[in-house]
Design a protein around this ligand. Structure first.
Ligand SMILES: [Zn+2]
Length: 66
């Protein structure tokens, strides 16, 4: 996956087609991201799928330098 300069993994995931809504239930503005799957989910669905690697992207840009 190619990252533009200064672009975070989470920003990259947000730009993927369909990620403006929860991947599972369709709720707008999902706040949880799966780095390994490249999808976004709302808080309810992220709880259901909590066995996956989830990162809440409202946290500080801790992944910026990866
Ligand atoms: Zn959902």
């Amino acid at each position: 996956m190619f990252f533009a300069r200064g672009e975070t993994i989470l920003q990259r995931i947000q730009c993927l087609p369909g990620n403006e809504q929860c991947c599972d239930c369709g709720q707008a503005d999902p706040r949880w991201a799966s780095i390994n799957l490249g999808i976004l989910l709302c808080i309810e669905c992220s709880g259901i799928h909590s066995f996956l690697l989830w990162i809440q992207y409202s946290l500080p840009d801790m992944l910026k330098d990866i």
